[in-house]
Write a protein that binds this ligand. Structure first.
Ligand code: ADP
Ligand code: MG
Length: 339
């Protein structure tokens, strides 16, 4: 299932950008498996070659800090701290601080302490099992982002609680890469980290990047034109298992301890900050269309594309000029949300 996912992501940029003419100068392409997906960096400009290796190194460094399963990671150390204070690196502290803000802002639809529940469903091992209600209720007593104490770079996690930054780690990694590439003098780049796409500048010829929104059934539902933005999608189809005819996916509603069934098939968030996009793509998937629309109207420093399970499409007004439905989705009903 994983390799299937990776292939789909890889096709995203190329199919859609292929028709727009060849850019000035060949790009430097760097690929590496990291954070449970395949990552691909396409860099343009005279400094592209020199930037590629440091960029890959930085990805490996962040993976080494943020993994829940690597016994040498900072998150693993925090999750096995037995309630004692832990000193975090600048990266882990910065990401956790930002993630906790998003947990508060989404009223716990994003909850970075969801790990005991994610593990009980088998999503950490690739397997899958359906825990019963009593087990989930017991585990949910250990889930509450508000009990995470982060003071500067010192984290105190109550005993029994465990962090999972899986919903925001790739978004943060994209932000770090955009800064690194810009500082290295790369003028134009597109970075694909699983379902996350980060664009630095525009294409070398000055036109916007075209990024696909995947259709839940495979192929593409839509295309988005972006410059200097991140586009992050969370979808139930990205990781799931089936048991007794039921589909169980990896995005959990922290209020229920079960996979979020809000009527949405995917949520795509578009904004400059990747961490925000990543956190909100997960959170708005949990909220469902109505709450997501309300949340956008209240806070709106981002745009979104919602694909619902009935095949309906909702976008926010900021995307109106850069969004188009593709292929079989071209005739579907499209709702544009306005403030
Ligand atoms: P992906 O990792 O497939 O791009 P997401 O960004 O939506 O997808 O993150 C999903 C991951 O985040 C899950 O695999 C799990 O580790 C974790 N997670 C699931 N539900 C939540 C939640 N409500 N809040 C925080 N993290 C979650
Ligand atoms: Mg996410």
């Amino acid at each position: 299932m994983k390799s299937h996912r990776i292939l789909l992501f890889f096709a995203l940029i190329f199919i859609l950008s292929g028709c727009a003419g060849s850019p000035a100068g060949e790009p430097v392409v760097a690929e590496l498996p990291a954070m449970d997906t395949l990552m691909k960096l396409t860099l343009y400009g005279e400094n592209a070659q020199a930037a590629a290796e440091p960029a890959k190194e930085r990805i490996r460094e962040l993976e080494g800090l943020l993994s829940t399963t690597d016994e040498n990671s900072e998150i693993y150390a925090a999750n096995h701290s037995g309630g004692a204070p832990v000193a975090l690196s600048g990266d882990t502290a910065a990401l956790l601080d930002r993630a906790l803000q998003l947990c508060r802002r989404t009223d716990g639809a994003l909850d970075v302490t969801i790990y005991p529940v994610v593990r009980a469903w088998g999503f950490t091992t690739g397997g899958g099992r359906v825990p019963d209600r009593a087990e989930l209720d017991g585990l949910l007593e250990r889930v509450d982002y508000a009990r995470v104490a982060l003071s500067g770079s010192t984290l105190t996690l109550p005993e029994g609680m465990e962090l999972d930054l899986g919903a925001v780690a790739k978004g943060y990694t994209g932000d770090v890469l955009m800064d690194l590439l810009e500082e290295a003098g790369v003028t134009s780049a597109i970075v694909e980290l699983g379902g996350n796409v980060h664009a630095l500048g525009s294409k070398p010829d000055g036109s916007p990047w075209r990024v696909a929104v995947q259709a839940p059934e495979g192929g593409y539902a839509a295309a988005l034109e972006i410059v200097d933005k991140a586009v992050v999608t969370s979808g139930g189809y990205q990781r799931f298992f089936e048991q007794d005819g039921e589909i169980y996916w990896h995005i959990i509603d922290p209020a229920a301890g079960r996979p979020a069934r809000s009527g949405l098939a995917s949520v795509t968030i578009v904004a400059e900050e990747g961490t925000l996009c990543d956190g909100l793509s997960t959170a708005l998937f949990v909220m469902g269309a109505d709450r997501a629309a309300e949340f956008w109207r209240e806070t709106g420093d981002f745009d979104f594309v919602l694909l619902d399970e009935e095949g309906g499409v909702t976008i926010t007004e900021g995307l109106e000029d850069s969004f188009s439905l593709c292929g079989e989705w071209a005739g579907r009903p499209l709702e544009v949300l306005r403030r």
